[in-house]
Design a protein around this ligand. Structure first.
Ligand code: ADP
Length: 490
């Protein structure tokens, strides 16, 4: 790959071709049609309507799923209420834990099938779904199963009671992982659930419904219904729901906030982000560049905590930019099922159009755009990884969430300057700091207004650690003990 030239600089050759290494689709059993999972059974929707879910990498139809209307939502909420009153709410905690452990083990047993379906339905590289999403899903169920019969130790000297029925609405970027983040703590604390996956990625949640059925979890404890915004709104507005847990866009978060105002529903909102990733001149630069790439380009930038704004200390700007461009050239964009692929498909045509809109805004604002020269498939939704330099703080690209493989790069000289720039957005979900100095890390972590701050790493998740934001990134925490507290009356 590397050649030493006459003047002793290293010339990198990224022409190396990798033989395709596609994961087999054989383990992915996808039915032609999916009904709603209500009260332990798959039921036809009273709307009688279905909609297609496609593979964004090929635009081929994978299956069709039911479009739940308000009557279907009502049925699911009634099933959840009955299960709460009659079985789940009364069950000894250690018995509840056994079911959650069982679900965790069944996910592990079918990990390959879940990974492949997640990749087919959502477009993320199989490496991500296999090595990150699905293992974390099982870990969340294991972690919260462990807490189920120890809640009095988690919250000493408190009187603990579940909330009742939780309505949970999740997005398309981590479909199964978001389902696990929501369902596992709800069950561990004795609540019952009505969950709606996003309309573009319903399949792994429906597969989870199959596991839940096989696990013999009492009927109605978890109900999984599919549909789009109107179905989500019917969940939010249902009068017999005690708690809404939402992950998605800031716009929909605001609608939900208004809808629940004046009710006694509890709410947690995990919304958008515009994370700053900050490289100081004393940072290990190669490691930092790899972290930046991982933070925004792997997973197509479809991560609310994606490190989408890079701040580089002026003295190392040229070096970092060169290293970033070199690394960008080596990224492979393409078939998400191929194990070599770094950047898979954009989740939907709508999302791709939105990203392209921002690329045009960047050009119109006069920013300098740099895209890798990699080939991209002709069919499906793909975007080359893109850098923007010469970015003003007021640029829309530095202020608005793009949710795609697009990185803006700005420079700074002092700690105070970068803290001010990093905090100057409406969001506050996450941030990253790259430096050799512990004191700098402590200084920044106390002053950056972000719910999660990674130091010398990025996008690392663990079930024991809480996650959530400030400002327009929402409120409430998921994960860890905080995630349990959000499903309890304390
Ligand atoms: P994204 O931009 O990530 O698609 P959305 O906020 O549009 O985020 O979608 C996240 C989830 O919210 C999806 O499951 C979607 O169907 C649901 N949703 C969309 N509109 C509404 C609404 N008005 N009320 C409740 N849920 C909604």
């Amino acid at each position: 790959m590397a050649k030493t030239t006459k003047n002793n600089t290293i010339k990198l050759n990224f022409d190396t071709k990798y033989a395709p290494a596609p994961e087999s689709k054989a383990s992915a059993k996808i039915d032609a049609k999916y009904d709603l999972f209500i009260n332990g059974k798959f039921e036809k929707p009273s709307s009688k309507k279905y909609f297609d879910t496609i593979n964004p990498a090929t635009e081929e139809k994978l299956s069709e799923v039911a479009d739940a209307n308000a009557a279907d939502v009502d049925k699911a909420v009634k099933a959840a209420r009955t299960a709460y009153d009659k079985t789940w709410g009364k069950m000894p905690a250690k018995e509840r834990a056994k079911y959650i452990y069982r679900i965790a083990r069944m996910i592990q047993e079918r990990a390959r099938e879940f990974s492949v379906i997640e990749t087919l339905d959502g477009g993320k590289p199989i490496r991500e779904s296999r090595d990150v999403d699905v293992p974390l899903v099982a870990n969340h169920f294991f972690y919260y199963a462990g807490w189920a019969d120890k809640l009095e130790y988690a919250f000493p000297n408190k009187k603990i009671a579940p909330l009742g029925v939780a309505g949970q609405i999740i997005p398309w970027n981590f479909p199964l992982l978001m389902a696990a983040w929501k369902i596992a703590p709800a069950l561990a604390t004795g609540n019952t659930v009505v969950l709606k996956p996003a309309e573009t990625t319903p399949l792994t949640a429906l597969k989870l419904a199959e596991i839940i059925q096989e696990s013999d979890l009492p009927p109605g404890v978890v109900n999984i219904i599919t549909g789009a915004g109107a179905t989500g709104a019917a969940i939010v507005n249902h009068p017999d729901i005690n708690k809404i847990a939402f992950t998605g866009s800031t716009n929909v978060g605001k609608i939900i906030q208004k809808a629940v105002a004046g009710t006694d529903k509890k709410v947690t909102l995990e919304l958008g982000g515009k994370a700053a990733n900050i490289i100081f001149d004393d940072a290990p630069l190669d490691q930092a560049v790899e972290g930046i790439i991982n933070g925004i380009f792997f997973n197509q930038g479809h991560v609310c905590c994606a490190g989408s704004r890079l701040f580089v200390q002026e003295s190392v700007y040229d070096t970092v930019l060169r290293k970033l461009k070199d690394r960008l050239e080596s990224l492979i964009v393409g078939d998400p099922l191929d194990k070599n692929t770094d950047i898979g498909a954009i989740n939907s045509k709508e999302q791709m159009d939105n990203i392209v809109k921002y690329l045009k805004i960047g050009e119109k604002e006069g920013l300098d755009m740099y895209q890798s020269s990699c080939p991209i498939p002709k069919k499906g939704f793909f975007i080359r990884p893109t850098l923007f330099t010469n970015v003003a703080q007021s640029s829309r690209l530095a202020q608005e969430e793009i949710f795609g493989p697009v990185l803006t790069i700005q420079t700074f000289r002092t700690d105070d300057e970068v803290i001010e720039k990093a905090n100057n957005t409406p969001f506050g979900l996450s941030a990253g700091v790259w430096t050799d100095k512990g004191s700098k890390i402590f200084n920044l972590t106390t002053k950056l207004r972000a719910g999660v701050i990674w130091a010398n790493t990025y996008n690392k998740f663990d079930p024991t650690s809480p996650f959530g934001g400030y400002k327009e990134s929402g409120y409430g925490r998921e994960g860890g003990l905080h995630g349990l507290g959000a499903y309890l009356n304390l």
